[in-house]
Design a protein around this ligand. Structure first.
Ligand SMILES: Cc1cc2nc3c(=O)[nH]c(=O)nc-3n(C[C@H](O)[C@H](O)[C@H](O)COP(=O)(O)OP(=O)(O)OC[C@H]3O[C@@H](n4cnc5c(N)ncnc54)[C@H](O)[C@@H]3O)c2cc1C
Length: 566
């Protein structure tokens, strides 16, 4: 048998056995950004930690975000200054500990005559935004004249333009940020398993003392005993709380957010654009992502369970209409849509003090709640503030463990200074040079550095051993075959969709959702993971089902070729 590799199907199997064999201090349910952050913080405090995720890491809300690590300019309107202050600080932290995954991004926020927010107010807001970041944002904002806006963003609507703010936030690869955080937790000693679902909580004496965990791939169930159980279920948080107390009042008021991605040349934006939707006046974004731009987001009350949420024709129409109004030459139609994604925001519900608020006005703050039976749940929050959320939860866990067995309260670990895997090298240019010097193309070098940071060395070693692994997976794309092996051996990818959707993003970025490469990827994974023909076929069927689901809005739109204009 091959030697055990870090963060692979083998470490997963070992983690499941270990957590079933011996009780853990803390069992974390949910492998989104919140659960991964909690596992990392708790493991760094020296606790024996287990984390179980029913799907793949980040497969819930955390890989369906707007991919922004931001102070949250629009929260200024709601006077949520504390949140903006905290999020701005976290933006700085994440830029430092994961520079490959969290990258500075310039935004242009144009103002027009009669805008919902007049120019003077936006100017004041921008100063406040810089102030709340202690003037330590990537750069402070600048005000652009109409002429400067036309030069900077020639495709933007010109009529009535009175100027624009040029300001900075950051953009991330959300799925990879979760993965890197989970890997970091594992390196600190956490036992981590994806495709491991909590089916019930253990309450032998009325207290929550662990959970029954089903291995989703084998069907086997393990009993995991834990001193403390943490529910980091994101939009599933209330469903998990009801396992503990069927009468539990909902903590959440989830709202649904959809995005559409289109070829960037069809819009023509150079930078990120912040705009007011002409439909309902909400703040929206058009964000660059390589050769694509994505438009988001909607913010509506959730009408489906987190497992069944999907992008509707109404979502797509809203997003395209809003973008068409801002970019009059774009004339985007549903035919331009390359991919869509949707998630539910696990926002705080009625008890948060905003019972009648519109979805986009619900607070993004977080809260830690402990049930009478001892289940600790975390609700609310954002990708940007996950580290603080995790710290607050683990402070509570540390206090409980101290009460339970008298151990000293472990000090907070420096999670704001310890780099995430791949984030050790601050000089990304040097990394890119190294990759080029080892024989990969410029595009691949950029892609590898942006995805893996200094962990890229492991991929280049694979290519050194087998040059064929340096070949592109699809002609004209930067992704190489070594990444499939790496995903399986070092990133716990267990399914074709793990590789194509969350490790490589070809599902979102490549034509026809990457269906052309699904079969060869499955073949490689078959060899790496020892699948039989049936499993290989099932993987492909499931992948095609996912593609069907992402395309469902097209059938709803009808023939699908009507131009959407306002
Ligand atoms: C459209 C949209 C855009 C957003 N944009 C941004 C943004 O740009 N910036 C930002 O900072 N924030 C953004 N957010 C918010 C952010 O994405 C979320 O706050 C965050 O991802 C929530 O993470 P989580 O880990 O709490 O939830 P999730 O990522 O949903 O994780 C919960 C996990 O629990 C697992 N789970 C559930 N039940 C079980 C069970 N029984 N057993 C095991 N596992 C289970 C699920 O499979 C899931 O993976 C956005 C949200 C949305 C919806």
């Amino acid at each position: 048998m091959a030697a055990e590799t870090p963060f692979s199907h083998q470490t997963r199997a070992a983690a499941l056995s270990s957590m079933a064999a011996e009780p853990v201090d803390v069992l974390v349910i949910g492998g989104g950004i919140t659960g991964a952050g909690i596992a990392r913080d708790a493991a760094l405090r020296g606790f024996r930690v287990a984390l179980v995720e029913k799907g793949d890491f980040g497969s819930g809300t955390s890989s369906h975000s707007s991919r922004l690590i931001h102070g949250g300019i629009r929260y200024l309107e709601h006077r949520d200054f504390r949140l903006v202050f905290e999020a701005s600080r976290e933006r700085r932290v994440l830029l430092r500990i994961a520079p490959h995954l969290v990258r500075p991004l310039p935004f242009v926020f144009p103002v027009y005559r009669g805008s919902r927010v007049p120019g003077w107010k936006l100017r004041a807001g921008m100063w406040l935004y810089d102030l709340l970041a202690a003037f330590r944002n990537v750069k402070t904002h600048r005000w652009l004249s109409p002429k400067q806006v036309r030069k900077a963003e020639p495709a933007l609507k010109d009529r009535g333009l009175t100027g624009a703010a040029l300001y900075w936030d950051a953009q991330t690869d959300d799925a990879r940020l979760v993965l890197a955080t989970a890997q970091s937790a594992a390196r600190a000693g956490a036992l981590i398993a994806n495709y491991a679902e909590v089916t019930s909580l253990l309450t032998p004496d009325g207290r929550v003392r662990g959970a029954a965990v089903r291995d989703v791939l084998s069907g086997e169930t393990h009993t995991v005993r834990a001193l403390v159980v943490v529910n980091a279920g994101g939009p599933w948080v209330d469903a998990l709380r009801r396992m503990d107390d069927p009468e539990a009042r909902p903590l959440l008021r989830p709202t649904k957010g959809a995005h559409v991605a289109v070829p960037r040349r069809r819009i023509g934006n150079e930078r990120a654009i912040t705009l007011f939707s002409p439909i309902d006046g909400r703040v929206m974004f058009v964000l660059p992502w390589g050769e694509l731009s994505y438009i988001g987001t909607t913010d509506t009350d959730a009408d489906a369970s987190p497992d069944a949420v999907r992008v509707t024709a109404a979502d797509v129409t809203y997003l395209l209409r809003s973008a068409n109004a801002a970019f009059p030459e774009a004339h985007l139609s549903p035919n331009d849509v390359v991919s869509v994604w949707v998630g539910l925001r696990p926002l705080l519900g009625p008890d948060s003090g905003t019972p009648t608020a519109a979805p986009s006005q619900i607070s993004r703050e977080h809260r830690v709640v402990e049930s009478a039976q001892g289940l600790i749940s975390i609700a609310g929050g954002k990708l940007t503030t996950y580290r603080v959320m995790a710290r607050d939860v683990v402070d509570r866990v540390a206090a409980r463990l101290h009460e339970l067995d008298g151990r000293p309260v472990a000090p907070r670990p420096p999670t704001d200074r310890l780099p995430l895997p791949g984030g050790e090298a601050a000089e990304l240019d040097v990394l890119r040079e190294t990759a080029r010097a080892r024989g990969v193309s410029d595009a691949t070098a950029r892609h590898l550095v942006a995805s893996y940071g200094s962990e890229m060395a492991a991929l280049l070693n694979l290519v050194d051993r087998d040059r064929s692994l340096g070949e592109p997976i699809a002609l004209g794309r930067p992704e190489i075959w070594a990444e499939v092996a790496h995903a399986v051996e070092r990133e716990m990818a267990l399914r074709v969709q793990d590789v194509l959707v969350r490790r490589l993003h070809l599902f979102y970025e490549f034509e026809q959702h990457g269906t052309a490469v699904a079969a060869p990827v499955a073949q490689r994974m078959k060899k790496l993971l020892g699948w039989d023909e049936i499993r290989e076929a099932e993987e492909l069927v499931d992948y095609f089902k996912l593609v069907e689901r992402a395309r469902a809005f097209r059938a709803e739109i009808g023939r699908g070729s009507r131009e959407v204009t306002i």
